[in-house]
Design a protein around this ligand. Structure first.
Ligand code: F6P
Length: 349
């Protein structure tokens, strides 16, 4: 049995741990050989791959990023893309593709699956917005990084009696903002799922100052926008000419700077903003993410062994399960409102 493994979409801590688990568990348990495709679906389209050695792969557990490289390539957006993928896999004698990715990468896997390609999906995204799994690997590491940053921003904000806006990743879902905001004791958490009222945010910050709390950390997800149409337009204006990727997603970023300016102007308090950006995606995975990535990788091998294709391995109620890929893609998992409105709310403002 020959496997092809690839990593697609934005990188995240734990990708290498999954690759390691697939290569070693496949080899040790069933004698599988694993071919690593370079740069996600791009490598399959261009037929760029290398054999992965089980002994060399052992050192990958704690390494950030992906040794295979990644891209946001969409074969279905290219001339005869799907046919080229299918032909190239056949040429290399690849029996099964283990695709490690988020909604876009696994969406491609799902479509190829309906065309006869044998695929197993492994869920990845620091945004944690993939349906069907309670958590994706990489998310916990990103939350830890963001929390450490918020802690640091807190001490300088307090010294200078400032508002500091911390912009975190989260295109469609505010999971990082919510969890890091709770863990970092933020005064406000703004997420894409809930358009925010700028006047209300300012009123909360003014009340904090009246109570003698002279500094505030506002955590905002990159995809969050104000509710008021005029303000939303102004906030989005900063990124209106941003390029889009092969899946049609515009490059985000900029809401934090805009928001800090508005908060300073409206409250009269000095404000600054910090965008964490790709710092959240880099570096070594936490122990939790290393374990989860390893569990996912081993579970993917078991699915291959059972001949269970067109599925994604997932975490549900602390157990690793398999769900149809079609149940996971195309419907972002939005933030848990109990967490935001129930747990976080008493500490905001
Ligand atoms: O992978 C998802 C994500 O982390 C989003 O939160 C963010 O908008 C995007 O990736 C940024 O991607 P890029 O690396 O292309 O700037």
């Amino acid at each position: 049995m020959r496997l092809g493994v690839l990593t697609g979409g934005g990188d995240c801590p734990g990708l290498n741990a999954v690759i390691r688990a697939v290569v070693i568990a496949g080899h040790v348990r069933y004698g599988y050989e694993t071919l690593g495709y370079l740069d996600g679906w791009r490598g399959v389209l261009d037929d760029r791959a290398r054999l992965l050695d089980p002994v060399e792969s052992d050192g990958l557990l704690a390494l950030g990023g992906t040794v295979l490289g990644t891209s946001r390539t969409n074969p279905f957006a290219e001339e005869r893309g799907a046919e080229r993928v299918i032909a190239n896999l056949a040429e290399r004698g690849v029996d099964v593709v283990v695709a490690i990715g988020g909604d876009d990468t696994l969406g491609v896997a799902n479509r190829l699956g309906t065309m006869g390609v044998r695929v197993v999906g492994v869920p990845k995204t620091i945004d944690n917005d993939l349906a069907g799994t309670e958590v994706t690997f990489g998310f916990q590491t990103a939350v830890q990084t963001a929390t450490e940053a918020i802690d640091r921003l807190g001490t300088t904000a307090e010294s200078h009696h400032r508002i500091i806006v911390c912009e975190v990743m989260g295109r469609n879902a505010g999971w990082i903002a919510t969890e890091a905001g709770i863990a970092g004791g933020a005064a406000e958490i703004l997420v894409p799922e809930v358009p925010f009222d700028l006047d209300e945010v300012c009123a909360k910050l003014l009340r904090r100052h009246e109570r003698g709390q002279f500094f505030s950390i506002v955590v905002v997800a990159e995809g969050a926008l104000p509710a008021h149409a005029g303000e939303a337009e102004a906030a989005a204006g900063a990124r209106s000419d941003a390029p889009t990727d092969a899946f049609g997603h515009a490059r985000l970023g900029g809401i934090g700077d805009w928001l800090a300016g508005e908060l300073e102007r409206r409250t009269g308090y000095e404000a600054r903003s910090t965008t964490l950006g790709h710092i959240q995606r880099g570096g070594s995975p936490t122990a939790f993410d290393r374990v989860l990535a390893t569990r996912f990788g081993v579970a993917a091998i078991e699915a291959v062994h059972d001949g269970d294709f067109g599925i994604m391995v997932a975490l549900q109620a602390a157990a690793i399960v398999r769900i149809p890929l079609s149940d996971a893609v195309g419907k972002p998992k939005t933030v848990d409102r109990d967490l935001l409105d129930g747990v976080a709310a008493p500490f905001l403002g």
